[in-house]
Design a binder for this molecule. Structure first.
Ligand SMILES: C[S@@+](CC[C@H](N)C(=O)[O-])C[C@H]1O[C@@H](n2cnc3c(N)ncnc32)[C@H](O)[C@@H]1O
Length: 282
């Protein structure tokens, strides 16, 4: 493998510079195809463009290249969270990285925040919330999805991640109290509002991700009945560009539609917590 382990432009200080057994790495071939592998001593990675020995990667610096058995080179990098989300095993459909990034800001997720997430699905949103420093409890209906999410989160963030998943139907209630945030990716988030209003602290943010505008309109209508207010809905459109020599233009293909992100804040009704809920929404 080529690269500079001891210094030079690409070197990273300390142990992080070198790839270790058990780590996940991304191999990228000349056609920009990406392969996510976990480094295991004595193992080989087989692809139709050649075989790569894991031992050639273990102890080598990140950012270099490795030669496959057919003479083709692969760039070797640790995956970003976006790479992991798109490549990891999934049961349920994951939220796309462009929306995961937006959710972090729309829901204002930060270190130490107490977050209830439902449904957990494949764990893409879970790992995004945990990576941002939140303390996350996830509710998920399906045992197979909960198990998949658990293995995805542990593979990315380790056993010590401040995250746990419970096999629970969030439509039936939320046990936690004084939550800072409730983040929902399931079909009928309006059914969670009464439970969220009890489980959250005033000023907390509820965030729901929905694929259709019909669902979003129903949620907004339910939010308008209070005690939530300051409701807001956005959609994130992302267009990547092809930039090569004199060919500079948007890529031919883009992700046309993913989902709508709606947020609202839990307000204290005028007259105090026991007063009738007011209307909210902007
Ligand atoms: C689209 S997936 C979530 C994907 C997830 N956000 C991710 O990024 O990997 C929706 C999940 O909600 C779960 N779900 C649906 N209704 C639920 C409920 N009432 N309580 C808990 N989980 C629920 C489903 O089983 C499914 O796993």
């Amino acid at each position: 493998m080529t690269g500079d382990a001891d210094g030079g432009p690409g070197a990273v200080a300390g142990d992080r510079a070198l790839l270790r057994a058990g780590e996940r790495v991304l191999l990228i071939d000349a056609k920009a195809r990406r392969y996510l592998i976990t480094l295991r001593p004595g193992t080989e990675f087989h692809t139709h463009v050649g075989i790569v020995a894991h031992d050639d990667l273990i102890g080598a610096p990140e950012g270099g290249t490795v030669l496959g058995s057919t003479g083709r080179r692969f760039v070797v990098l640790r995956p970003t969270l976006a790479d992991v989300v798109l490549k990891m095993p999934r049961g349920a459909q994951v939220i796309y990285p462009k929306d995961l990034g937006a959710i972090l800001f729309e829901a204002d997720i930060g270190p130490g925040m107490r977050v209830l997430e439902a449904g957990v699905g494949s764990g893409a949103l879970s790992m995004t919330l945990v990576r941002a420093g939140a303390d996350v409890v996830g509710y998920e209906l399906r045992p197979d999805f909960a198990q998949r999410a658990r293995s995805n989160v542990v593979a990315e963030l380790g056993e010590a991640a401040s995250w746990r998943v419970e096999l629970r139907d969030v439509y039936e209630g939320i046990d936690e109290r004084q939550l800072d945030r409730v983040v929902l990716d399931l079909p009928e988030p309006w059914r969670v509002l009464p439970h969220a209003a009890l489980a959250m602290r005033p000023g907390g943010i509820l965030c729901a991700y929905l694929p259709t505008i019909n669902q979003t309109a129903q949620l907004r209508s339910a939010l308008g009945a209070g005690p939530f207010g300051m409701a807001r809905t956005i959609e994130v459109l992302q267009r990547s560009w092809h930039i090569e020599d004199r060919s500079v233009r948007p890529d031919h293909r883009m992700v046309g539609h993913t989902g709508f992100i709606t947020t609202a804040r839990l307000l204290v009704p005028e007259g105090g917590p026991d007063a009738a809920p007011g209307t909210g929404g902007t």
